[in-house]
Design a protein around this ligand. Structure first.
Ligand code: VGL
Ligand code: ZN
Length: 207
């Protein structure tokens, strides 16, 4: 049972969005080729889905500016621009993404007091989204991940997949992903590889 997990391919993370990832929209045609390939038994997508005034937003912390470090519930937290607020255009999946081919959408980041980079659980690892249980119930044995952003939500989702789904082969599709910070992307790829995530190209995924 092979599954594809598309991470946060939303307007907010594409050029013109509130937290744009450089070239974020360029993952869309690659993701569409993967969705349409027939290689996957199951296609899933995650969606960053914050309430207004989420605690990861700089705007919720007087005096803080986006991309500074701050604190959230007693832990260091990157202060993000307001992004992917529930039911706004910023939170919608990219309009060119072949949404008809997506079987399941996992929303995350609803708790205002904790951020949730991973599609599997909050950053404090306390609350689970239920995605791991869903993949287990579907009998998934191989999981390919890609999307936005490599150095945040894709990385944390891949590492959680390895930890929470023992026995499942986890692969990161590099050219179907983009990151916020180039040095962060290189570090993320190294960390994923070290933890047992295979780094592949979409060509390899489609072969
Ligand atoms: C993300 C920062 C804040 C992501 C989400 O999708 O990588 N990054 N929220
Ligand atoms: Zn977010």
């Amino acid at each position: 049972m092979k599954a594809l997990l598309l991470i946060d391919i939303q307007n907010g993370f594409c050029p013109g969005g509130n937290l744009p990832v450089p070239e974020g929209d360029q993952v869309v045609p690659v993701a569409n080729a993967l969705i349409d390939s027939g290689k996957y038994d199951l296609v899933l997508a995650s969606q960053d889905w914050h309430p207004a005034a989420h605690g990861s937003f700089a705007s919720a912390h007087p005096g803080k500016k986006p991309f500074e470090m701050g604190m959230l519930s007693g832990k260091p937290q990157m202060m993000w621009p307001d992004h992917c607020v529930q039911n706004t255009d910023d939170a919608r999946l990219h309009p060119h993404l072949h949404a008809d081919g997506i079987d399941f959408i996992q929303q995350k980041g609803q708790n205002p007091d904790v951020d949730s980079y991973s599609a599997f659980r909050d950053n404090d690892q306390a609350a689970l989204t239920g995605l791991a249980a869903h993949l287990r119930a579907e009998g998934v044995t191989a999981l390919d991940l890609c999307g936005l952003a490599t150095d945040y939500c894709v990385k944390f989702s891949a590492l959680d997949a390895v930890e929470m789904l023992p026995g499942v082969t986890v692969r990161f599709i590099e050219d179907a992903s983009r990151g916020i910070d180039p040095a962060g992307v290189q570090a993320a790829i190294g960390e994923m590889r070290t933890r047992g995530v295979a780094i592949i190209s979409s060509e390899e995924a489609l072969a």
